[in-house]
Design a protein around this ligand. Structure first.
Ligand code: FPP
Length: 252
């Protein structure tokens, strides 16, 4: 899938489109194994699904997609799979950045540097630089990302500011904590989607998803299409978001 727009595949008219969708791209391994393929072949199929979903998101008017590409816990996988995923992240960024740039997509990285391959970091930085001025959609790749670790990293940065007198003890606010996250200006997640039927959040964007709507979909990630994304947006529209407020609607 290289073209953004394809004849005959148009999103429905949505009354409310989520501004920011977080995606846990789960099920590559099971998708592959059910077809007698290797797990790495599942990840390769996952790349096409990601590009397709980004195109579908642009067509629907979504502004931010954050995709979980490699978690701080994924280092526990076999050395072969870790090596493959590192190399593949690098390759996908290099191979797809021009296409994403043509689509006016801004690529960003959320994650931590320690342990991450330096070549992956430089590919992420190069993609960020190339696409820095794009505004149609921001695609944040969560690579070596863990939600608790993000908060630990933020707390450590804050404690150093307190120690050096740049911050007053007891003066922290939600805003000043958010400032220390990997992408301080990342908007809150509106819709959190996980593929493959697993009903877990797996340490993905806990701070940013505090008021997200959660959707667990049965499709394995490589089976995700534009239409699956549009179905997710349609389901999102049926949710009533109250952000803690109440709606007074007596039944009689
Ligand atoms: C989860 O499926 C997937 C990952 C940990 C990797 C995500 C990678 C891709 C979608 C490939 C595209 C590449 C890039 C760089 C975006 P799983 O392996 O946990 O599947 P399983 O639960 O069926 O074993």
């Amino acid at each position: 899938m290289t073209e953004l727009f394809e004849k005959g595949r148009k999103p429905p008219k949505f009354a409310a489109v989520p501004n920011h969708i977080a995606i846990v791209m789960d099920g590559n391994g099971r998708w592959a194994n059910e077809r007698g393929l290797t797990r790495t072949q599942g990840h390769i199929a996952g790349e096409a699904a990601l590009l397709e979903v980004v195109a579908g998101a642009i067509e629907a008017g979504v502004s931010h997609i954050t995709a979980y590409a490699f978690s701080t816990e994924n280092w526990k996988r076999s050395p072969d799979e870790v090596r493959f995923l590192m190399g593949y992240n690098k390759e996908v960024l290099r191979r797809r950045r021009d296409q994403l740039n043509d689509w006016d997509v801004r690529i960003r990285w959320a994650g931590r540097a320690p342990k991450l391959w330096p070549s992956v970091i430089s590919e992420l930085r190069a993609a960020e630089k190339l696409t820095a001025k794009n505004t149609t959609l921001t695609l944040t790749m969560a690579v070596n990302y863990g939600g608790r670790q993000e908060l630990v990293d933020a707390m450590n940065a804050i404690s150093e500011k307190v120690a050096s007198g740049k911050l007053k003890p007891g003066s922290l606010t939600q805003k000043s904590i958010a400032k220390e996250l990997y992408i301080p200006d990342m908007p809150d997640v509106d819709l959190f989607v996980r593929s493959s039927g697993e009903k877990r959040t797996s340490n993905f964007l806990p701070w940013q998803s505090s008021y997200a709507e959660y959707l667990f979909m049965d499709e394995y990630w490589p089976d995700f299409t534009k239409e699956t994304l549009w179905k997710a947006i349609s389901l999102y529209q049926t949710r009533q978001r109250r952000f803690g407020a109440a709606v007074d609607a007596p039944l009689n």
